[in-house]
Design a protein around this ligand. Structure first.
Ligand code: C2O
Ligand code: CU
Ligand code: CU
Length: 479
């Protein structure tokens, strides 16, 4: 066991600091990274699975022995990992034990509208919702979270989020780390605003409502600055940016390069060597980090080096290069030392096959956040899409306000898409696979292409949760 003391830089965002510009440093004993349990499949049939989830209230000790009120699925905070196989018939029973309505949305999963868990699928307190679907997409790291109108930001912040893994013949046969909690680890990254009494309450101020919430502490799987013992050799990290508003550039403190092997919707064709990976809220990346050259006991940190204008102004400079967690190398072996050259094959969707191009203009002016000049209306269908049609969605960000506006992560339910171009240029290699969320910079136009193979009503929205709740969302119907 590693017993480590780490220094947590505890920074109050401007004007909330009890004593101006105070940089309260606290000595906190580092905790081991919590590893969410794998949820038990209650159906003995190998081609079927049944999962039970309960959304419930609880408390969690986030900082300095203070119990914060949190929400979780089957626990006090976050939820178990649901792991399914392509082709499986999945049944879920989701019980709402909260004292308010919620929904359960499968982010990135291709299901019909009625099983998608969007804002129309409210589950009232005491009720159970039972979606059913067949897994019909490649291996990927997806996630689940609530999607209740105007409550999403608060409920996710308070702890409702979990991972959803799909495995298939490709992920089964690739020689990559795949032993859950041994050489294949989930990392749910979230920032939270700890108040002066070390409590993690959702209390967004006006700036948070405008820009998305930026916290003063980082959680990984619900713990502040935890450590993880890792074997020598290759280790797979499945990273979810589950934050409400913050975009991260993830890198290692010694600048060691790693290989990105998957994006939101599954494997990239080939591993992409990178020294930093940027994820906006909702996005995922799987990376392989090589720990073979370290001595037993050596420590390497995962840090955030995001230099986005707002992040820098939201907190103090200390926050620009913040430690998220630490890896402590053990004398065990991961058993995988070579990175495969080829991971999968991704058939590009031909722009010529698109029957329609739609335009989406995102705009943010103070707390008025719109897509195509409209705010979300549950009773209005904004776009009608033909069943099985391939379409190009041209999404632009008409930045407004100071700094020329801010970046917005655009997310579409019910599909995985491909990025055709960013301002006319081909996307970077790590955005050349399947995606369901894409960050769009001020004044930028991104073209996406997708085939709409599931019927029903689906959302598209900004995945900054305060923006989504403020109405930066629309609905499309596939019929
Ligand atoms: Cu991650 Cu509409 O959702
Ligand atoms: Cu979604
Ligand atoms: Cu936004």
């Amino acid at each position: 066991m590693v017993s480590a003391f780490i220094l947590i830089k505890y920074v109050f965002p401007d004007n909330e600091s009890p004593s101006a510009s105070s940089d309260l440093s606290e000595l906190e004993e580092s905790k081991p990274l919590p590893i969410p349990p794998l949820l038990e499949d209650l159906d003995p049939d190998p081609n079927k699975s049944e999962f039970h989830l309960t959304a419930q209230q609880g408390t969690s000790e986030i900082l300095n022995g203070v119990e914060s009120e949190t929400l979780g699925y089957n626990g006090n905070i976050l939820g178990p990992v649901i792991r399914v196989h392509k082709g499986e018939k999945v049944k879920v029973k989701m019980k709402n034990n909260l004292d308010e309505g919620t929904t359960l949305h499968w982010h990135g999963l291709r299901v019909d509208g009625e099983n998608d868990g969007g804002p129309h699928s409210g589950i009232m307190p005491g009720e159970t919702w039972e979606p059913e679907f067949t897994i019909d997409q490649p291996a990927a790291t997806l996630w689940y979270h609530p999607h209740m109108m105007e409550k999403t930001a608060k409920q996710v912040y308070e702890g409702l989020a979990g991972l959803f893994y799909i495995e298939d013949e490709v992920s089964d046969s690739l020689a990559i780390p795949k032993e859950y909690g041994v050489n294949d680890f989930p990392l749910i990254i979230q920032d939270r605003k700890m108040d002066a009494s070390d409590n993690m309450e959702y209390s967004p101020n006006m700036k948070d409502m405008m820009m998305g919430l930026y916290g003063n502490a980082f959680l990984v799987n619900g713990a502040i600055a935890p450590y993880l013992e890792v074997p020598k050799g290759l280790v797979r990290l499945r990273i979810l940016n589950g934050s409400n508003g913050r975009t991260y550039d993830f890198s290692l403190d010694n600048s060691q390069a790693f290989n990105q092997i998957a994006s939101d919707g599954g494997f990239l064709e080939k591993p992409i060597e990178k020294s930093a990976v940027r994820l906006s809220p909702g996005e995922r990346a799987e990376i392989l980090v090589d720990f073979s050259q370290y001595e037993t006991g050596e420590k390497i940190s995962l840090i955030n080096t995001d230099s986005n204008v707002y992040a820098a102004s939201a907190s103090n400079d200390e926050m620009d290069k913040e430690e998220l967690m630490e890896f402590a190398v053990t004398n065990k072996e991961s058993g995988v030392n070579e990175i495969p050259e080829q991971l999968t094959e991704i058939e590009p969707i031909e722009p010529k096959s698109a029957v329609k191009t739609r335009e989406f203009v995102m705009m943010g002016m103070g707390t008025t956040l719109t897509i195509n000049d409209k705010q979300m209306d549950m009773t209005r269908i904004d776009e009608e899409v033909d069943f099985n049609a391939t379409e190009i969605w041209e999404v632009s960000n008409q930045g407004a306000g100071k700094n020329g506006g801010m970046a917005h992560p655009f997310h579409i339910h019910g599909v995985q898409f491909q990025v055709l171009d960013r301002d006319g240029n081909p996307p970077p290699a790590n955005e050349s696979g399947w995606k369901d969320t894409v960050l769009i910079q001020p004044k930028e136009t991104v073209r996406l292409i997708a085939t709409f193979k599931n019927k029903g009503v689906f959302m598209y929205h900004c995945h900054i949760l305060e923006h989504e709740d403020a109405g930066m969302m629309g609905q499309y119907e596939v019929n």
